[in-house]
Design a protein. Structure first.
Length: 281
């Protein structure tokens, strides 16, 4: 069945691939990006099945206006993809306040703005699917990505709550978690001057792996985006969609470690219950 998509951050990477693949299968796409002319080649091929608009998700008024316009143009939008993002590759003390603000503003607050803007429309039409693009770093953590993790762990927590709240309206939500994939995103990461204090530790080791080309990017970007597209036809909507061998192994290891840490603190957790603690051995 033909679907209509609203996708943010479509100039390159996953956003561009999602747009191309959705159009190739006969769907309609409202594509948003900072420079709409970037998609002129696709518009020449697909005509009015592609509607492109300028959107900076950091601008709340612009988000609301563009979302309203997209629904006015297409009438119904079946799938909303929150893909626009920004990352900083730096140790915790190396990043600037401006970089930190941009990461949180775009990845967390920008995604929240889009979801809040589309929900009235999706509720009124009685169906829809939200696809939030996160990362393996939404549940696992890696040196030099602390602020990226802050934004992605934050949006995953937000989306877990939203998924519960919107289910009665016939709206599903899936958090897509791609692993390391050669999309060009790494080249667009913000960086900062290296501090020698961190260069000898884990942050420096990861930085050198990237510089030397030994940092592994094991996943196929076209397969990643195809799996995202396929997921919107699954009922009920999967809450999370792990994509990549590194995602599966890293997230599983992180969850296993956190569960072990939780169990190790069981007695302490139960000891603060008022009255006679239950189950304390």
């Amino acid at each position: 069945m033909t679907k209509t998509w609203f996708i943010t951050g479509t100039s390159s990477g996953f956003g561009r691939l999602l747009t191309e693949q959705a159009l190739a299968r006969g769907d309609r796409v409202a594509a948003t990006l900072r420079r709409p002319e970037t998609l002129d080649d696709l518009r020449a091929v697909h005509g009015d099945r592609l509607w492109a608009a300028r959107l900076d998700v950091d601008d709340a008024q612009e988000v609301s206006a563009v979302v309203d316009k997209a629904f006015a143009v297409f009438g119904t939008i079946d799938v909303v993809v929150n893909n626009a993002g920004f990352g900083v590759f730096a140790a915790v003390e190396e990043a600037t306040d401006e970089q930190i603000h941009r990461v949180v503003e775009t990845n967390l607050l920008g995604s929240i703005r889009v979801i809040r803007a589309v929900l009235p429309h999706l509720r009124n039409q009685g169906h829809g699917r939200i696809l939030q693009v996160s990362t393996a770093g939404g549940q696992a953590a890696y040196p030099n990505f602390s602020y990226y993790h802050a934004s992605k762990w934050g949006i995953e927590g937000f989306c877990e709550t939203v998924a519960q709240e919107i289910a009665p309206f016939g709206i599903g939500l899936t958090i897509a978690e791609p692993g390391a994939t050669p999309t060009g995103f790494g080249g667009a990461l913000g960086t900062a001057p290296v501090m020698s204090e961190y260069d000898a530790g884990p942050a420096g080791a990861v930085r050198r792996a990237v510089e030397e080309g030994t940092f592994q990017l094991p996943n196929d970007p076209a397969r990643v985006t195809q799996a995202m597209i396929d997921s919107v036809d699954r009922e009920p909507a999967p809450l999370r969609l792990p994509l990549g061998s590194d995602t599966y192994h890293d997230v599983r290891a992180a969850l296993t470690a956190r569960l072990a840490e939780l169990d190790a603190q069981r007695d302490t957790a139960l000891s603060v219950v008022r009255g006679e603690p239950e189950g304390v051995s």
